[in-house]
Design a protein around this ligand. Structure first.
Ligand code: A2P
Length: 271
């Protein structure tokens, strides 16, 4: 039998003070580009649903850290991430091969603008995303506070093909059975997924669907109104810039943690 020695079996460096070393508990691959993983949660780690944190892998050299939105809600006793797999990506080329029992490093300080506190009160909350940009919304839709603050919650995710929509589609379906949030979300949480490259029942980019008004018509709601509608945006830089100007066209105003307003923005991070 081969000796039970791998060159990277144990971190060959001291774990810095500002980093947690956590254990991988579960990994699920959705496509050749997307996967989800869960790690243990340090008892002292606190975050607000929607925030992001820096994660990395132990190695002999200086570890590479990348920003990842936390996809699990703040009450969960595990931490979940939804990741892209980038070919030759300094982090994701290794991260996509993690298995339960492996170690993931997580910096101790979470941050971010996609938090409920950065929005002024409203009735309807839109969470607008492409690709892995849905991750912070996977956190927020599982947080009871979202339903305490908003009557209606609409999650929109545009992806290239149907398989890429599986993560959020399964999550929302399972949520309806959840003892904590299921009852609050029932009839108030709506998921509107669309594809751009594979034939599906709903097609088109979230941006184009807002410009044409088809998104609102399909949802059976009026066009966006700054009096009642609030929004969070997470996607590529191009998607963010386009979506932001569309929302500003509707009269919504960008907010921040220290200046709440009617919409907030975060880049979907890529490793
Ligand atoms: P498209 O297929 O037209 O490029 P990716 O997987 O490359 O991150 O893209 C995720 C989704 O985001 C795809 O459906 C893609 O559509 C869409 N997309 C790309 N650029 C924009 C943009 N500027 N605004 C809105 N959606 C975009």
């Amino acid at each position: 039998a081969p000796p039970n020695i791998a060159p990277n079996a144990a971190p060959a460096f001291a774990i810095p003070d500002n980093v947690f070393a956590e254990t991988v508990l579960d990994v699920q691959h959705y496509t050749d580009r997307l996967f989800r993983f869960r790690i243990s949660r340090p008892a002292s780690f606190r975050f607000r649903s929607g925030e992001f944190v820096m994660i990395g892998l132990p190695n002999a050299d200086k570890p590479v850290f990348r920003a990842y939105s936390i996809a699990s809600p703040s009450w969960d006793d595990e931490i979940e991430f939804f990741s892209i797999k980038v070919e030759n990506g300094p982090l994701t080329e290794h991260l996509q091969r993690i298995k339960p029992g492996d170690t993931v490093l997580m910096r101790k300080k979470p941050t971010g603008t996609l938090v409920l506190d950065a929005l002024t009160p409203g009735k309807r909350l839109y969470m607008l995303s492409t690709g892995t940009g849905v991750a912070p919304f996977a956190s927020l839709v599982r947080d009871p506070e979202t339903y305490e603050k908003f009557e209606d919650v609409i999650v929109v995710q545009t992806c290239r093909d149907i398989a890429e929509l599986t993560y959020i589609t399964e999550l929302v379906a399972n949520l309806m059975e959840d003892p904590l949030v299921g009852e609050m979300a029932a009839g108030r949480l709506r998921l509107h997924t669309t594809t751009t490259r594979q034939v599906f029942e709903r097609m088109g980019r979230v941006t184009d669907l807002m410009r044409s008004g088809k998104l609102f018509a399909d949802l059976g709601v009026p066009s966006m109104n700054p009096e009642v509608d609030r929004a969070m945006i997470c996607g590529s830089m191009a998607m963010i810039n386009e979506t932001k100007s569309i929302l500003e066209g509707f009269g919504l105003v960008e907010g921040a943690n220290n200046a709440p307003a009617s919409f907030v923005v975060e880049r979907a991070f890529v490793g």
